[in-house]
Structure formats: C-alpha cells, structure tokens
Design a protein around this ligand. Structure first.
Ligand code: G3P
Ligand code: CA
Length: 316
C-alpha cells in the first residue's frame, strides 16, 4: 500500500476541507418564511396560524400590516375586513362603496369594510377564524405588537408595509409607525435579538427607500415584485438599481418561472431571492408543493421562499 508522507497528507486534508466548503456552502441555509403564518392549515394572520408556523419550523413568520382608524398597526392581508372576518355581520352599515371609472354608477358597486374605518376596539370584536373553519371561531385580528409578543424568541419576523401610499392619503405614515414600534421593542437594529431577525418587505420601492433614507434603517429590506408593471425591475440593469434600496427581491413564482435567470442576475447584483407564494392549493405543473419548493430551492437556486405550508418545506 502507498505510504503517504506528511506534506502529501496535509495537502490531501486541505483539498478535502476546501471541497467540503465549496459543496456544503456553509451559511447558505435555505430560509422558510411562513406566509401569513401556516395559512394552509389555520386562518391567515391569526395567533393560531402564527403558532402553528413556529411549531412547523418556520425561520420567519410573515405579517402583512394595515392601520386602524386610531392609528394602530394590525396584521391583515387585505385593506378591507370582509373576506377574513365577520365585519359585514357585526357592522352592516359601516361599508364604503368604490366607484371607479371602469365601474359605472349604474352598476351595483361592491361594498367594502375598510380597516382604516374601524377603531382597534371595534376590530377586536371581529371573528377572524370562522370563515376558515368553525373550529377557529373566536380567533382575533392580531395587532403587530401582539404578533411580536407571540413570535419573539421563537422565529424571525417579516413585516410587509401594505399599501403605504393608500394609508398616506389617509394621514398615516406606515413606515414611521413600524420603525417606532421596532425601536420601542428594541428590534430596530440588525441582530438586536439573534432569535428574532427582522426583514421588512414591500411592493412599494418608495416605502423601502423611505425606510432606508428617511428612517435610516439598517434592517434587511426585500423588494416584492409582482405584476407586469413591476417587471421592469427584473432585468440585469433593473436589479442593479434595486440594490440601491434593498438587500433582496421577492418575485412572484410566476415571474420566476418565465425567466429563471432572474436568480443568477439577482445574485450577481448582490441580492437574495425569496419568491412567493408556494401553497398546496396551487402547484401548477408540480406533483405537490414539496416538489415545487424543492425545484425552486435546489434547481433554480433561490435563497428562501414564502409558503402557506411550512411543514412541507424541504430541508437538506
Ligand atoms: O409578501 C409576500 C407575498 O405575501 C406577497 O403577496 O399579496 O400575499 O402579500 P401577498
Ligand atoms: Ca405579504
């Protein structure tokens, strides 16, 4: 048998370790963001959905933010209450109708119960669970502060400034409210609480720029990129521009499917990629949501993703 002398042995060990470093890619752990909590199994943006997301191993729990009439940040996806609460039943006369150019006055306009028309005390009366399943009756719309109390120490948080321009027209500064709250909770600096990392996301480039330039946040920012009007960002040049105000992009999985090179371009620009939304309810050409997430993470090479099904996230 060949006898290895010491220098050869040392070189062999070095080559082996280098290989391990390259292939194992330490620090490249794939990140699971629970979309509105574990929202495939419990009503979105409720304590039940957040708790289950944590139990299912979420690295981050996502919160969409809205603002009540009395200026309190609450966790709800829609600007309006009727889809996920019984606002219509409890407050039958408190709707607004939207009359838009493509909706003639003669048509019967849709009724909407806007979050910003209700005080927190009123919103707390609403049942946010029954629409999903009777067994969740009594779940409430959580405030952002309650979400912090529930998630802190157990997972990261991934708040989204939702429609900040709409709230701006109603006299609210969503970015200010969020940063004040983070400061108060001592979560406004990167790594302030290693068990509760914070990433702020938005479809609004203006909102992220405001957080970075006006509120001087050094927290990680993710720019969400959805429909056709935003597609302009998803070019090599566009992504370099995103790098000026964000650390990552969150493209819709449909856009990524149409142009998988987005991942390469984003990485070259120094941006992470966190597509949305992977859910058992719609998996397209894939057998199931686990297979779809496996493809995104390990074939397309995304860094993280938003999913309604945290328990199906493929860990390697
Ligand atoms: O924030 C990621 C994803 O949630 C964006 O879509 O509409 O579910 O907030 P949406
Ligand atoms: Ca969201």
């Amino acid at each position: 048998m060949m006898k290895l002398n010491q220098p050869v042995l040392l070189i062999a060990v070095f080559v082996l370790l280098a290989g391990l470093l390259v292939f194992a890619q330490p620090g490249k752990k794939k990140i699971l963001v629970a979309h509105r909590g574990a929202s495939a199994y419990a009503p979105e943006h409720t304590a039940a959905a957040y708790r289950l997301a944590i139990e299912q191993g979420a690295d981050f729990v996502e919160q969409d933010l809205q603002i009540t009439k009395d200026g309190v940040l609450v966790c709800l996806h829609d600007l309006t209450l009727e889809r996920t609460t019984n606002a219509e039943e409890l407050f039958p006369d408190r709707f607004h109708t939207d009359v838009t150019e493509d909706q003639p006055q003669t048509a019967s306009p849709a009724k909407h119960w806007y979050v910003s028309d209700f005080t927190l005390a009123e919103i707390k009366k609403l049942d946010a669970g029954s629409w999903f399943n009777e067994k969740f009756k009594g779940e409430r719309v959580p405030t952002w502060q309650e979400a912090i109390a529930l998630v802190r120490g157990k997972a990261g948080m991934y708040p989204e400034t939702k429609a900040p321009e709409v709230y701006g027209k109603r006299g609210f500064d969503m970015e200010k409210l969020l940063m004040e709250s983070l400061r108060k909770n001592k979560l406004d600096q990167p790594n302030a609480d290693p068990k509760t990392p914070l990433v702020i996301q938005s479809f609004s480039a203006a909102s992220l720029r405001k957080l970075r330039d006006e509120y001087k946040t050094r927290l990680t920012l993710t720019f969400l990129i959805g429909g056709d009007p935003q597609k302009q960002w998803l070019t090599e040049d566009g992504l370099k521009k995103v790098k000026a105000f964000a650390e990552g992009i969150g493209p819709s999985k449909g856009l990524l499917d149409r142009e998988p090179k987005i991942v390469e371009w984003a990485h070259a620009a120094g941006l992470t990629v966190t597509p949305y939304t992977f859910r058992s309810a719609s998996t397209g050409k894939f057998k199931d949501v686990r297979e779809e997430m496996t493809h995104a993470l390990f074939t397309l090479g995304v860094d993280a993703l938003f999913t309604d099904n945290p328990d199906q996230f493929p860990r390697r």
